[in-house]
Write a protein that binds this ligand. Structure first.
Ligand SMILES: Cc1cc2nc3c(=O)[nH]c(=O)nc-3n(C[C@H](O)[C@H](O)[C@H](O)COP(=O)(O)O)c2cc1C
Length: 422
């Protein structure tokens, strides 16, 4: 499958010609403006959950600084009338080297949440990583966008039975790989969320993969005793109602049985396993034939170990600066990890990608595919499904143009020779 810069040129034409009729795009092209719309539209705790990070948010800034340190040096007099952005991963071919990162609790941005995002990803032909903390269950997401390539992101629960069940469900809905997120053995110290005293999971948001899971439901039933909702005031009643409403079944019955509250408590107790080590990977390998991708790798020794352990891909990420304040910029980690691995294993990358030229830099530094994170969430809040669709189109268009303007006609020509470290 060939793509050409026509796609980007078409996008520009479409926008400029509509401008002649006084029409503008559904959401702005400029990400800063999209973020402002998002900030003005969402309740403060929702915006902060999406936009915020750990501590003083220095890692978020460092992710951008790492990009800024690399400059692009384009090559001239190359025939760029055709540009091929095709990439292959685990034997499948994709029209472009982007994917949508796994992002939980999308209902904070828009009521259509994962369904809107999956639909947009399918329309634009980009793979989607379904989050373990999504607002809708994986069956509904994949049913909404049946031709969208999907991967399932797993938070390794304390219950092996639950891990097995989630993985089996992911296989059943056609996911193409299991992305194990390693960097969240605990939630990071997220100052904005702590100041807002707000964590979405506690009101039953972002736990749909659990409440839809037969093993999880059995685990909830096994809970003996009635959990206490604490002292009942207006906030507690609202939280209690939110939990019951989000649990499958009748809200009234859920309120009576307190199953919403029980599920939240069970979820908190088991959703992550801080004791996880390299030795546990064998279990995952024993229960699935799907490719295993380790997300959150930042150290070259871990990357090397992962390769030695036979994982199928490494996913370099610092979780968008949400876990450790003062962490290495993800792009810097990518640079040394790709040198270490020398093309022997595919490397996925995210954290700080804000435009097509960022993706160009990440690919030039050794990424096989590049993840779009917060930008699509801001776009979802600003413009729903159409907002996400436009945002993804724009990212692809800018990337293709960057390739053409740099004189790179295929991804194999996107290399460090086109970069200068300032
Ligand atoms: C609101 C929010 C929720 C997220 N939820 C998850 C998640 O459920 N699982 C996961 O592996 N990563 C999660 N991430 C991290 C993303 O997958 C990705 O690593 C990060 O967004 C990349 O950074 P960037 O958005 O600044 O580019 C989340 C990120 C955000 C902003």
């Amino acid at each position: 499958m060939k793509s050409t810069p026509n796609r980007a040129v078409d996008r520009q034409k479409q926008i400029y010609l509509a401008g002649l009729q006084g029409k503008r795009t559904h959401i702005p092209i400029d990400l800063k403006q999209i973020i402002e719309i998002c900030r003005n539209r969402l309740p403060r705790d929702a915006f902060d959950y999406i936009d915020g990070g750990a501590g003083r948010e220095d890692t978020i800034k460092e992710n951008r600084r790492a990009f800024d340190r690399w400059r692009i040096t384009p090559r001239m007099l190359v025939d760029v009338s055709e540009v091929n952005t095709e990439v292959s991963l685990f034997g499948a071919s994709y029209a472009s080297p982007f994917f949508l990162c796994p992002i939980g609790v999308l209902e904070l941005a828009h009521p259509q949440a994962d369904l809107a995002v999956a639909q947009a990803a399918e329309d634009v032909d980009l793979p989607l990583m379904i989050s373990n903390q999504s607002s809708m269950d994986m069956e509904s997401i994949t049913a909404t966008a049946p031709t969208c390539a999907t991967f399932f992101q797993l938070y390794w629960s304390k219950s092996d039975d639950l891990v097995r069940s989630l993985v089996q469900r992911a296989e059943k809905v056609g996911c193409r790989g299991i992305v194990v997120t390693l960097d969240t053995t605990f939630l990071g110290w997220r100052v904005r969320d702590l100041d807002n005293a707000s964590l979405p999971f506690l009101v039953g948001k972002g736990i749909a993969q659990y409440t839809s899971d037969p093993v999880f439901r059995d685990l909830v039933l096994e809970e003996s005793g009635m959990p206490s909702a604490g002292r009942l005031n207006w906030h507690a009643i609202k939280a209690f109602f939110s939990m019951a409403q989000r649990h499958p079944g009748s809200t009234f019955q859920n309120l009576r049985s307190r199953v919403g509250l029980k599920s939240v408590q069970k979820f908190i107790n088991i959703y992550i396993r801080p004791s996880l080590t390299w030795d546990d990977l064998g279990f995952l390998r024993s229960i699935t034939k799907l490719p295993i991708i380790l997300k959150g790798i930042l150290h070259t020794s871990d990357a090397k170990r992962a390769h030695d352990e036979g994982v199928d891909a490494i996913y370099v990420s610092n979780h968008g600066g949400r876990q450790i304040d003062g962490a290495i910029g993800a792009l810097d980690a990518l640079t040394s990890i790709s040198k270490e691995l020398n093309g022997n294993v595919p490397i996925l990358f995210d954290s700080g990608v804000r435009g097509g030229s960022d993706a160009y830099k990440a690919l030039a530094l050794g990424a096989t595919m590049v993840g779009i994170g917060r930008p699509y969430v801001y776009a979802l809040a600003a413009g729903g499904e159409l907002g996400v669709h436009e945002q993804l189109e724009n990212m692809l268009a800018e990337f293709e143009l960057t390739m053409a303007l740099c004189g790179s006609t295929s991804l194999s020509e996107v290399d460090i020779d086109h970069l200068y470290r300032g």
